[in-house]
Structures are given as structure tokens and as C-alpha cells.
Design a binder for this molecule. Sequence first.
Ligand SMILES: [Cu+2]
Length: 210
Amino acid sequence: MLLVLLPLSYNHSFRTTQKFLPWHRLYLMVLEQVIRAIPNYSNFFIPYWDWTTDQSIPNWLENFKPHVDIPDVETIPPQPSSYNHIDVYRTPGQQGGFLPTKNDISYCLEIPKYRDFTLELEGLHNGVHAWVGGTMTDIMTSSVDPLFWMHHANVDRIYALWQKNHPDSPDTIPDLSGAAQVIDPWLGTETVIRHSTWAEYILFLIYNID
Ligand SMILES: [Cu+2]
């Protein structure tokens, strides 16, 4: 059994905002740090699911649908007790949604302004949540499915690729100021984590053997 305590994502202010990408970048980093602190896991990283290539649930995860207990302390404000015990389930392709294509991503990567880019990428990302279905469609529970992390690792990888081709300028960074820069519930600001994952995604690309 692996016990990892992370906030569920639903009660934080990132959705359809300029914070969507940086918020999830930090979320991924926090999970990696927590797991790397476990003996023998110091090299752990979250693999990404490139849904443009693997247009189905990755084989090795298909039957991994854990039962997850969520302590009360993590559900603030308190939620219906059904959210304390979750059996991950998926209904791929049966609840609508879609898996983006390579063309979708090429188009996205050419968008010049961050504000347009992030909305486009968030929309593609939403399609994947819906396509996977089940646990992944409920913002209260989606991060309980291991696939959530691999989906978001891919979203973050695309963000990193876009950043490489769009150097920082007022048009290419999130439009956040003052308190809005803080990535709650953590204390990091968007500027601190903006470029924190480039090196690791270069490694991801090298090791992407499928
Ligand atoms: Cu998501």
C-alpha cells in the first residue's frame, strides 16, 4: 500500500483561468517529490500519456483501478461520505469527449498568446477527461485515478514545448499579479515554477519507448 497525501484538486482556484497550467505543474511536482522521498523511489517520475499516439487506455494501466480511501482531513469542507472511499472506474469513449490528434497539438503549439494557448489546451484536456469517463469526469475524484497524473503530465509536457518556442514576454506568460500569482494551497508563485520542468521533459522524450 502506498499512502500519499495530497490535496484533491477540486477546491482550488485554477479552472478556466490563467493558473490552470502552472497550478497543475506544481501539483505534479509535489506528487513526484512526495514519492521520491520514499526509500528506493528517489528517481521516480510521472510518465506521460501521449493520447495522440496511444489512442486508448495504456495497456499496463487498463486493469489497475485501485480502491482509494481518502481521510476526512483531506475533504475540507466535508464532502458526502461517498467521496471517502472511491473505486476507480473508466468508461472510455462512452461518455463523449475525445482524444486530441497530432494536428490538434500542432495547432495549439503555434498559438502565439498564452491566454489563447491555455484556453485551447485546457479544452483539449477536458476532452480527455470526458473520454476516459468515470472517475476522471468528476472534479471531486479525478486525481484518484492514476491516469489523471499521466494525462496531466502530458498536458504539462505540451506546455513545456510551447514555452520553449515562445520566450517570456507580456503576451506569453500568465496574466497574474499580486495574490493571484500564488499557487494555492502551496505558497509557490507562478514565476518561481514557470520553467521548472524543462530538463525533465527532455529526459522524458529520450526515454519514450513504446
Ligand atoms: Cu485535468
